[in-house]
Design a protein. Sequence first.
Length: 166
Amino acid sequence: MLEFSLPVERVADGDTLIVAWSHEAVAQVEREFDRRVDRDPSRGLAVRLFALDAPEMGQEPWGQKVKDRLIELVEPYDRVTLQVRDLDPYSRLVAEVFVDGFSVNVQLIAEGWCLAFFRWLKGTDRWEEFATAHDRAKEQKLNFWGAPDFMPPGEWRQRNRDSKRR
């Protein structure tokens, strides 16, 4: 696993950050994963938050709420620490994001803003912490867990894909 400390340029949505471009980080990631990173330094470096599934921006009100919470978590800090675990199919870094010694990924799950993405966690050293945060938020009905009409993001995406095919 690779680790970098980089400034956040912006929050794209509830599970994607744009960090400052780093030639050194890109070179290391490409060597490590033997794949190319999207090569447009003017757009920054896209980072998909590891092992969480956030409501989509069109999934109101939850998409905007989780984006706002992610902004609150990272905005006070000059830099975030990325523990890069992979590259996704869109050439984004997949990373656990840390600020001030805590995992932003786990925090979003623990507060009931995101689901743990267990498929990504399988076989990793992070299973227990993510699963505990997920289960506690669900048990305490935090945020979307307390909403009777909440639809998990994966189901929401599938329904939207299906409706567009008709």
